[in-house]
Structure formats: structure tokens, C-alpha cells
Write a protein that binds this ligand. Structure first.
Ligand SMILES: NC(=O)C1=CN([C@@H]2O[C@H](COP(=O)(O)OP(=O)(O)OC[C@H]3O[C@@H](n4cnc5c(N)ncnc54)[C@H](OP(=O)(O)O)[C@@H]3O)[C@@H](O)[C@H]2O)C=CC1
Ligand SMILES: O=C1O[C@H](COP(=O)(O)O)[C@@H](O)[C@H](O)[C@H]1O
Length: 499
């Protein structure tokens, strides 16, 4: 199949000296360049307040790429496309200089006025930048204009609405690319394919055959240097409102009538609309929050959350959330979707476990030998693949059963690392494909769901810390499933073999 040519484009990166740009965006852009997935006609303007020259910026970009990959062919050619403009986003004057540089590069590289504005900055600036881009004429071009906006998109539904209203003054919904980097992960993108391209799964994908679905996204890292942001966010806003609910929506949605952006998004929206609201008294029944205390991570002692730099010693911020989600629709009535995510947990892992119902009567069942339920495990990270857990006959004369696993590890199969999520998302944006970005309706529905929980939590303080660093979270999260006769499938024991 012939590769589709990537359009010419100017990428204007706000927050170019920041952590996200250095760790993720420059290496991803370089990978696209190395693979020939960027047009030769591209230029990048980095902006931030510090007073750098083009050369200092280019060295910074080179350093970031070499940190990510050790060797980098054509790196000097790559960085020659980078330009820097010192710029305070709150200062109107500096947009005029930025426009001049953009117009010059447009001419020099024949970019046909195509512009991507990537806001890799603190969210309080998103609205101001968007206003200036229009008011100071940067969006006034003959080509396409696209706004890529990082998370968090608001702090709650009200602030998200206000932000959306503000950016919609300068960009239409189809020009806004709200990043959820989980949607760029290879195995998250694979959920739709696993479901809709396999005759063996879709007929079973409902409450007749599935008993529960579990999604775990555990991290070993603590809050690192992001306490100022995290103290006001917590795990519910940081992970559940976006990444976790996006995975839930992809698992729960109906098959779209085709694979266009609008159809996929509208099925996700329909799924989120049928998610049962958890509010008032129910929050305690359906949701568990936690905060890590001191503990051990891979043999190293780590401090508790309240002792981290820039964290309030009495902080009530949750670093862990587990929840039981129910869909009030025909397909999923009665099937719990359990989610859990947290920092300073025992392992770094994102996995989805689909547990199938036991068969009504099985010939091999006897008192001494309980069959394992069939599981479909989708390994999102660090390993990527799928495993189907089945029962088979043990070798020998007796009709004894043994669990067997059919595994597919995508990284070992393809023999290369799958592209970084940001690489895919930038590529999609260059091509005008917004499928793996979140539509405003999804954002609004997710905040609406999450706000009801945070409102209750904000009123009622918790006895924190309630889980030790290096564990899988508070005991109450296990009890959440035990009440329903289930347990969390241990993520460490569900590994897929990666060669
Ligand atoms: N880092 C990460 O892993 C992730 C980050 N994000 C999101 O990405 C965004 C950026 O995060 P991150 O890179 O970590 O943040 P950083 O604090 O590392 O970077 C912020 C950037 O903004 C610039 N800046 C700050 N104030 C101004 C100003 N008034 N005018 C112009 N530039 C300014 C800073 O440069 P200077 O000081 O030179 O002005 C710097 O380049 C945030 O929305 C965050 O939530 C999302 C997922 C992961
Ligand atoms: O968006 C975020 O995600 C990261 C986890 O991302 P992953 O790709 O490493 O799973 C999380 O650490 C961070 O707090 C959150 O803002």
C-alpha cells in the first residue's frame, strides 16, 4: 500500500523548553522524520519565556533526541528545521513577532499556510493563547489551522465548559485536537480491532457471556516534581476522568457503522451517556480512594505522599482510585466494569481483563477441581499483546483439565518497538485525523461523571495514608470486588511472554 504523503506544515510549540516537549515531543517528531513520515516542507517554532537563540534550542532538541535513542542519523538535518522565539504568552506584543517569524517560515519552506499550534503549557494559559492566536492574526492563513491541547482540559465540568467556550472563539470543534495520550497507545487502539474484527469475540461481548471487566493502570512512580498540579488534581481527575474512562468507553461502545472519526466518537459518547451516575451515598459503595504512605519500591525506601516536596503535610489528595462502573443499557446491564489506578503501586502495568461467565454445567467439573474462568487479557503496557486463558485436557489418561494460554505479544511479533503514543498522535494530527483525540462531548460527559464523585470526596476527609507504597492499593479496593464475589486478577501473573 502506498504511504500517504504528510502535508506540509508549520508546528508552533508553546512550552518548548518544558518537560513534555523534551521527553516526548522532540523524540516523537524525530522518529516521524527518520521514518520519512514528515514532509520535507516542515518547520517548527518553539516558544517559551527563556531567552534562547535558534542554536541553543536546536542543541536542546538534539540532546532530547539523543537522550531518548543514543544514536540518531540525520539529526543535524532534522534540527535545522527548528526555530526559537522567546515569548511570554501573556504579552500581546510578542505575538506580533511570532506572526512575523511564522509568515517568514511559511514562505521559506512553502508551507501553504498550514499551521498546528501545540499547547504544551500549564492549562491556565490555554484560553489566553487561543484568544491571541486569533486576535493577533496567527490563525489567519490560507491553509489548515489546528489546535493541539494538552491535558488537563479543565478542572471540572464548569471550568472545562468555560475553556471550551473560549477556545471555540478561535477554532472550530473539528480544528481542536484534545490529547489523551492513552488513545495513542498501540494496544488501546487495538481494542476496537480485537472487538470488531474477530468473529469469536463480538458475539460474546455482552452481559450474557461476560461476568466483569477489570482495568488496572498502576504506576510505581510517585508524584515526582508535579505536586503543585497533582495536589489540585488527584488520581480521579488526573487518570480516571480521561484515560480510564476512554478505555471504558472503547470497551463498552456499540460497533460503529463505519470507522470514521464521527461515527467512532458518537458511539463512545453514547456509551458514556449510558454510564450510571454515581452520586451521594453511592459514592462510598462504588468508589474507593487511597493515598500512599511510606514503603518500598523495588527494594528502595520511598516517602509517603504527604512527605513529598510541595505537598501539604495534611493533604487529602487521593493518589489511588478504584471504582465499580455500571452501564444502564441493553448490552451491559448487570456487568460491573472495575477500574483502579494509582501511584507508588507494586508494579507499572496497564491491563484489561475481560472475565467470561462460567459455563452453566460442565462435564469436567468435580468437587476437587474447579475450572478457571476464561479470560481475555489485553496488555497495554509495558508489554503489548493479548492472552486468552482457556482450559484444556492435561496430558495422560485422566480427564483432568489444566489452564492454557494463547498469547500474542505484538512487540516480539513485529520485532520492533511500537511507536510512542505521541508519535502516532502527532502523525494523526498532521493528517487531520482526529479519531484518537477526545471530542468535547466525551470530555463533558466524563467531567459530569467524575464531578459527582469529587463533590462527595471534597466534603468528607479521609484517614490517609491508607496504603503502603509498593502495594496494590488499599484493602477496601479488594473488598469492592469481594462483595460481588470477584477479585482483582493479579496483573503480575498475567504476563504475556515477550521475546
Ligand atoms: N510532563 C509530562 O509528562 C506531561 C505533561 N502533560 C501536560 O503538558 C503540559 C506541559 O507540561 P510540562 O512540559 O510538564 O510543563 P513544564 O512546567 O515542564 O513546562 C512548561 C513550559 O511552559 C513555559 N512557560 C511557562 N510560563 C510561560 C509564559 N508565561 N509564557 C511562555 N511560556 C511559558 C515554560 O518555559 P519558560 O519557563 O522558559 O517560560 C515551559 O516551556 C501541561 O498541560 C501538562 O499537564 C500531560 C501529560 C504528561
Ligand atoms: O496523564 C498522565 O499519565 C501518566 C501515566 O501515563 P503512562 O503512559 O506512563 O501510563 C501519569 O503518570 C500522570 O500522572 C498523568 O498526568
Amino acid at each position: 500500500m502506498q504511504a500517504i504523503e504528510t502535508p506540509k506544515s508549520l508546528i508552533m510549540l508553546f512550552g518548548a523548553t518544558g518537560d513534555l516537549a523534551k521527553r516526548k515531543l522532540f523524540p516523537s517528531l524525530y522518529n516521524l522524520y527518520r521514518k520519512g513520515k514528515l514532509s520535507e516542507n516542515f518547520a517548527i517554532i518553539g516558544t517559551a519565556r527563556r531567552d534562547w537563540s535558534h542554536e541553543v534550542f536546536r542543541d536542546h532538541v538534539k540532546d532530547s533526541v539523543l537522550t531518548a535513542r543514543k544514536t540518531a542519523e540525520k539529526i543535524d538535518e532534522f534540527i535545522s528545521h527548528f526555530y526559537y522565539q522567546a515569548h511570554d504568552v501573556t504579552d500581546s506584543e510578542s505575538y506580533i513577532q511570532l506572526k512575523k517569524l511564522a509568515d517568514d517560515l511559511d514562505q521559506q519552506y512553502q508551507l501553504e499556510g498550514n499551521r498546528i499550534f501545540y499547547l504544551a503549557m500549564a492549562p491556565e494559559y490555554f484560553g489566553t493563547i487561543s484568544d491571541h492566536l486569533k486576535d493577533d492574526g496567527l490563525t489567519n492563513t490560507n491553509g489548515f489551522k489546528r489546535l493541539v491541547i494538552e491535558k488537563p482540559f479543565g478542572h471540572d465540568l464548569e471550568s472545562a465548559k468555560a475553556l471550551n467556550k473560549q477556545i471555540r472563539k478561535s477554532f472550530s470543534e473539528s480544528e481542536i485536537y484534545r490529547i489523551d495520550h492513552y488513545l495513542g497507545k498501540a494496544m488501546v487502539q487495538n481494542i476496537e480491532v480485537i472487538r470488531f474484527a474477530n468473529a469469536i469475540f463480538e458475539p460474546l461481548w455482552n452481559n450474557r457471556y461476560i461476568s466483569n471487566i477489570q482495568i488496572t493502570s498502576s504506576e510505581m512512580l510517585g508524584v515526582e516534581e508535579r505536586a503543585r498540579y497533582y495536589e489540585n488534581s488527584g488520581a480521579l481527575r488526573d487518570m480516571v476522568q480521561n484515560h480510564m474512562l476512554q478505555m471504558v468507553a472503547l470497551l463498552a461502545m456499540e460497533p460503529p457503522i463505519n470507522l470514521t472519526t464521527n461515527e467512532i466518537r458518537s458511539e463512545k459518547v453514547r456509551a458514556l451517556r449510558s454510564l450510571r451516575a454515581i452520586e451521594g451515598e453511592d459514592v462510598q459503595k462504588y468508589f474507593v480512594r487511597g493515598q500512599y504512605g511510606a514503603g518500598n519500591i523495588q527494594g528502595e525506601k520511598v516517602v509517603g505522599y504527604r512527605d513529598e516536596v510541595n505537598v501539604d503535610p495534611q493533604s487529602n489528595t487521593e493518589t489511588y482510585v478504584a471504582g465499580k462502573l455500571m452501564f444502564d443499557n441493553f448490552r451491559w446491564a448487570g456487568v460491573p466494569f472495575y477500574i483502579r489506578t494509582g501511584k507508588r503501586m507494586a508494579t507499572k502495568s496497564t491491563k484489561i481483563v475481560v472475565q467470561f461467565k462460567d459455563i452453566p454445567m460442565n462435564l469436567y467439573y468435580n468437587k476437587d477441581q474447579q475450572l478457571n474462568p476464561n479470560l481475555l487479557v489485553i496488555h497495554i503496557q509495558p508489554e503489548e499483546g493479548i492472552t486468552l486463558h482457556l482450559n484444556a485436557k492435561k496430558a495422560g489418561q485422566n480427564m483432568e483439565t489444566t489452564p492454557v494460554q494463547l498469547s500474542f505479544a505484538s512487540s516480539s511479533m513485529e520485532g520492533i518497538n511500537t511507536p510512542e503514543a505521541y508519535e502516532k498522535l502527532i502523525y494523526d494530527c498532521l493528517h487531520g485525523d482526529a479519531t484518537n483525540f477526545t471530542h468535547w462531548d466525551e470530555v463533558a460527559l466524563s467531567w459530569n461523571f467524575v464531578d459527582k464523585i469529587s463533590n462527595v470526596w471534597e466534603e468528607k476527609k479521609m484517614e490517609f495514608p491508607n496504603y503502603e507504597a509498593g502495594t496494590m492499593g488499599p484493602k477496601a479496593a479488594d473488598e469492592l470486588l469481594e462483595k460481588d464475589g470477584f477479585f482483582w486478577w493479579p496483573v503480575e501473573n498475567l504476563e504475556v511472554d515477550v521475546c
